[in-house]
Design a protein around this ligand. Structure first.
Ligand code: T1G
Length: 694
């Protein structure tokens, strides 16, 4: 057998056991070993059936992503599955863990399936921009029907064993935890009952339902806007109505290969790897000790503090929530209760789970109560002096070794560290609003942060289900610093003659969920004005002059919440053009003697996006972002940069840094050195003909 498959014989039943860590992917040696096992069983008259199972945490979790884009050794997965389909003795898949993608396809090509009760099944290919390539779109509908197939393959979610059983995707749930024994007994029973092989391909397709496909197409075009794989997967399922089973499999494989070769899959696979890379901090040894975190304190119960309390309690973490006074605490708990109650009303949370979460939250208006926490997150108002005072207090009321984290989005954490008197315990944990929903967590290492503190907050992020990215200290860290350059260009473009709606539309069609102006209205223009004020000392005259948000705030127009900002909003917050905005822009131009011009789409898009790429290169130069991976993961998950472009740094690499640099030089000539001096790293890489990724 191959080095990843062992072969065992138990009476008349043979067993092929896959051992290919970490996730038993169908690497070449697995495919070869399974093919050999099938041939062996076929050739041996003493053997009547074959069980395929895996050791470790999971059954096969898919094709081996590392093999993509390289020539694949035979047998390819579809050829292996064809061998199974045509075997003359029954093959039983015994599955546990996460049965995903190519792994699910292996199981479906087996003739019978038995699973542990806590097994999960899914086709995550779509998340990698891939059409399933080994029968997933053909066997699934024949077994489970169209609705389950469309949902599983186009959305990439998972179902549990009970649902898989109800949908005939498995035949049996093992009644004990001993899957190996249960599978052998099942195979023996099949043999005893004279049950032979069975192919899902021999079943008819379910009755066609064009309306269901049409509905799915519409929903996916909305929900996964810009992505090609979901729609290609629908095309693949339809092959079952157009071709016979074998021909449909061949065409499905073509679609799979085309999708793997396409730019979106390349970018999405990059994101998959980058998300895992950022969990490993380059200069932090993997065996760095972490400090125990059994109770988290949160001080400051505004929108961010509440969201952080909710994120912690939702993850099962006991929290001490400390507000300014009784009134603030009561208001915060009322708001939290209201949000969870609305989830209960919608059915996305059970009352029991909500009660459990609430029971994890202790409240107080006395910071001394934070002495019982192992880690405290400060989320008070975004003002350096206020925060310094809080850190001085925290330094006194908490035990030495208690981690003190600030949720500031742009203030200097080194200054807070000094104020605490325990700088080695201080770091940043920058959540994104709403903190209980947004997946990104920017963890910030300050000058004196202890490595154990870094290791602890990275681990804590994972524990509460966040995607943690490590950043150094600077104004705005990774996401807000890059975003501030986009905002600058957006305001300049308006001053030069582009309409906010046109700018938003261009970023929307690039793939962002919304453009900068719609985002400003949503977040609140007063918030944006306050951030501009905090940075005014370092702003240029031109940046100060582009004071549109200040003008609107002075006018009482702070965005969605007042029904008016860049856009007008009706009572359902539906946006429409705002004549006041047009008037403001015209008056602004007249007041400052600005001439408006027609600006092309390419210039608008490139100025908004290259400003961020250039800033990203500076973050790398300065060591604020350890690697381009941190930037791509942060921008995709924090700002909604479309994941199928791979994030700003990967995207720039695909364009070619020489081209990006040439465009930036053009903007520099047009707009001035203050805004468009290329980052030294960008120049260096462009000259060397390489990318941010080697
Ligand atoms: N191939 C290669 N390596 C993989 C892998 C895969 N499919 N899946 C995970 N890894 C590596 C991962 O990079 C990491 O390595 C380690 O395993 C642990 O992963 C023909 C076209 C299975 C639920 O998309 O969803 O099948 O970074 O940190 O949280 O139609 O991994 O440590 O070096 O995520 O326990 C479809 C993707 C492929 C499955 C485990 N399958 N994987 O989660 O650990 S396309 C997928 C996952 C396909 C067919 C086609 C998760 C997991 P390292 P981890 P985890």
């Amino acid at each position: 057998m191959s080095d990843t498959i062992s072969f065992h014989v138990h009476g008349a039943i043979a067993e092929a056991v896959v051992d290919n860590p970490p996730v038993n992917a169908t690497s070449a040696s697995v495919r070869q070993g399974l093919a050999e096992a099938i041939r062996k069983v076929e050739a041996d008259p003493q053997l009547s059936a074959l069980v395929i199972r895996c050791v470790g945490k999971t059954f096969i979790a898919g094709a081996d992503i590392k093999e993509f884009g390289k020539p694949m050794a035979d047998p390819q997965l579809p050829a292996l599955l064809e061998l199974m389909d045509h075997a003359t003795k029954p093959i039983v898949a015994a599955v546990h863990g996460t049965v995903l993608g190519g792994g699910f396809e292996v199981a479906l090509a087996c003739h019978y399936r038995i699973a542990l009760g806590d097994t999960k099944f899914g086709f995550p290919e779509v998340k990698l921009g891939i059409v399933p390539g080994a029968g997933g779109t053909q066997r699934t509908p024949r077994l489970a029907g169209l609705e389950t197939t469309i949902k599983l393959t186009t959305e990439g979610g998972q179902i549990d064993a009970a649902k898989a059983l109800a949908d005939s995707l498995i035949d049996r749930i093992a009644d004990s935890g001993d899957l190996a024994a249960a599978a052998l007994a099942y195979a023996q029973q099949l043999v005893d009952e004279g049950k032979g092989p069975r192919s899902a391909g021999a079943l008819p397709m379910p009755a066609d339902d064009p309306a269901l496909f049409e509905e799915a197409r519409k929903a996916l075009s909305r929900k996964m806007r810009g992505q090609s794989a979901p729609l290609r997967i629908l095309d693949a399922i339809r092959l079952g109505y157009e071709l016979d089973f074998d021909a449909a499999l061949m065409r499905e494989l073509d679609l799979c290969r085309e999708s793997i070769a396409g730019p979106q899959s390349k970018a999405l696979r990059h994101m998959f790897a980058a998300e895992r890379d950022v969990a490993r901090v380059p200069d932090l040894p993997a065996d760095t000790a972490t400090r125990p975190v059994e109770r988290v304190g949160v001080i400051g119960l505004g929108a961010m503090g509440r969201g952080i309390v909710m994120a912690m309690a939702s993850a099962g973490m006991p929290v001490i929530a400390v507000g300014l006074d009784d009134g603030h605490v009561a208001a915060a708990m009322k708001a939290i209760g209201k949000m969870w109650s609305s989830s209960v009303a919608k059915g996305s949370l059970t009352q029991g789970a909500m009660d459990k979460r609430l029971a994890l939250i202790a409240t107080s208006d006395d910071p001394r109560d934070l002495g019982a926490a192992n880690l405290v997150i400060e989320a008070v108002t975004e003002n350096l002096n206020v925060k310094k005072a809080v850190f001085a207090t925290l330094g006194q009321v908490t035990q030495p070794g208690t981690i003190l984290a600030s949720n500031t989005s742009f203030l200097n954490i080194d200054a807070l560290a000094d104020a605490s008197g325990r700088p080695e315990d201080v770091c940043g944990m920058h959540f994104f609003n709403p903190a209980h929903i947004m997946r990104l967590l920017e963890n910030v290492r300050a000058a004196k942060t202890d490595p154990e503190v870094v290791a602890t907050i990275m681990a804590l992020g994972k524990r509460i289900g966040k995607l943690s990215v490590l950043s150094g200290v600077c104004d705005g860290f990774i996401v807000n610093r890059m975003l501030s350059k986009r905002s600058r260009e957006a305001f300049f473009l308006v001053e030069e003659g582009a309409s906010p709606a046109a700018i938003d539309k261009i970023l929307l069609s690039y793939g962002f969920p919304m453009g900068p102006f719609a985002l400003g209205d949503l977040a609140g223009l007063d918030v944006q004005a306050a951030a501009r004020l905090a940075r005014a000392a370092n702003a240029t005259e031109r940046e100060l002059r582009a004071d549109f948000v200040e003008q609107m705030v002075a006018d009482g127009r702070t965005g969605q919440k007042t029904g008016s900002g860049w856009y007008s909003y009706d009572e359902n917050r539906k946006a429409s053009p705002n004549p006041q905005t047009d008037a403001m822009i015209a008056a602004h131009a007249e007041r400052h003697g600005l001439t408006l011009r027609d600006i092309g789409e390419d210039e608008i898009r490139e100025r908004l996006l290259y400003a961020m790429v250039n800033e990203g290169a500076k973050l790398l130069d300065e060591g604020i972002a350890p690697r381009p991976q941190e930037i791509d993961v942060a921008m995709v998950n924090g700002l909604g940069w479309p994941n199928y472009t791979g994030g700003p740094m990967f995207w720039a690499d695909q364009i070619g840094l020489d081209k990006v640099l040439a465009t930036i030089e053009r903007f520099r000539a047009q707009q001035g050195d203050a805004y468009w001096t290329p980052a030294p790293l960008l120049v260096k890489h462009a000259k060397a003909g390489r990318g941010f990724y080697a």
